[in-house]
Write a protein that binds this ligand. Structure first.
Ligand SMILES: Nc1ncnc2c1ncn2[C@@H]1O[C@H](COP(=O)(O)OP(=O)(O)OP(=O)(O)O)[C@@H](O)[C@H]1O
Ligand SMILES: [Mg+2]
Length: 345
């Protein structure tokens, strides 16, 4: 019978991220990965959903007065409850085929530092989006499982998840969190730093999506050896005369712009090491640190961290997918990993 239930229900694991939402379906793997954005059409004070995910992201920063594009998640937690629920419903509907007989069980990951109120909000929106049961898993645990770390061993494992809204640094041993700290620095802050840099140094105003494109194309956490590195052409508005302008930005400039957020990430890792019990810290020196999340893809972030901490640093395979893969694995191996999933409160 349980075999049949397994066949017919599409139980899911969801990584509800500040930048991206991913859905993993039991037995299938990751079936959806879209930006956490909802666009509404606003008419006579009434909102109607116009687009969700990829299509809505294209509208960010380009909307006329009648359209509103919203990112419902901020710093890893729900900032706009109604919009988040709308988004979750939309995504679940997209992957949950009506051929199934039962409502799915859904596991969602939450930042380690989420408050009981924030956790309840996430649980509630999943339930009202049609889940039969809603379980929560701490994001650092999911990230570590997804990165293939041996989290149930009696050794210290450090995982650093650099997401869009936050960076979570955690030390795990025996399947649980020994230390975790979340700092409000991630990809969004890097984008803002690039916008601010260009405004200050080149009197050029660019939008967040242009900043993100600069970051993902030539972004780097370290000064290039030749003092310049690669460059790319960018467009924005000249703040002196108000007209569109085209100019170039090179990697040295991007490194300078990103120096502060990168330093904050390094500091969070240093603080975690200082707060870790000595034997576990020794394990981390032996085993190194694992980077996950989209921000882990920033050029040379691993090198910058290695230089500052003296530890060996690896970037996880599929770093953007680690949290969803780990949450999915917790769903697949629920019997063995039961203690990391929280169905109550
Ligand atoms: N190649 C890259 N270089 C630098 N940053 C990148 C790269 N690719 C993606 N990113 C950034 O990674 C971030 C998204 O990562 P991720 O999907 O892990 O975040 P999230 O899980 O949605 O956020 P959070 O975990 O904070 O809630 C975005 O800010 C994106 O710009
Ligand atoms: Mg994340």
């Amino acid at each position: 019978m349980s075999f049949l239930t397994g066949l017919f229900s599409s139980d899911m694991a969801i990584d509800l991220g500040t930048a991206n939402t991913l859905i993993y379906v039991r037995g299938k793997g990751i079936v959806l990965s879209e930006p956490s954005v909802v666009a509404y059409h606003v008419k006579d004070g009434k909102k109607q959903v116009l687009a969700v995910g990829e299509d809505a992201k294209l509208m960010l920063g380009r909307t006329p007065g009648s359209i509103e594009a919203i990112r419902p998640m901020r710093e890893g937690v729900i900032a706009d409850f109604d919009t988040a629920e709308e988004m979750i419903k939309h995504f679940i509907r997209k992957v949950h085929k009506r051929t199934t007989f039962s409502k799915p069980k859904i596991i969602v990951c939450v930042p380690h530092g989420a408050t009981p109120v924030e956790k309840r909000a996430i649980r509630q929106s999943v339930l009202s989006a049609g889940a039969r049961r809603a379980g929560l898993i701490a994001e650092p645990i999911a990230a570590a499982i997804g990165a293939g770390m041996p989290i149930t061993d009696p050794t210290g494992n450090m995982v650093v998840d650099v997401g869009g809204g936050t960076t979570e640094v955690a030390v795990l041993s025996l399947g649980d969190i020994v230390y975790a700290r979340s700092v409000r620095v991630g990809g969004d802050r890097m984008d803002e730093a690039i916008v601010a840099y260009l405004r200050r140094h080149q009197n050029l105003l660019i939008g967040d999506s242009t900043a993100e494109r600069i970051k993902t194309s030539i972004g780097t956490a370290r000064m290039p050896d030749d003092g310049r590195g690669q460059s790319m052409t960018i467009r924005g508005r000249d703040l002196l005369n108000g007209v569109p302008k085209e100019t170039e930005i090179n990697q040295a400039q991007v490194a300078e712009a990103l120096a502060e957020p990168v330093q904050q990430i390094c500091d969070a890792v240093m603080q975690a090491l200082e707060a870790t019990p000595p034997d576990l810290a020794a394990d981390i020196v032996d085993r190194g640190v694992m980077l996950t999340g989209g921000g882990a893809l920033l050029g040379d972030l691993d090198l910058a961290l290695r230089e500052q901490t003296g530890l060996s640093i690896s970037v996880a395979n599929e770093s953007l997918n680690c949290v969803a893969l780990g949450t999915g694995k917790a769903l697949e191996y629920e019997k063995q990993l039961r203690h990391v999933i929280d169905y109550e409160s």
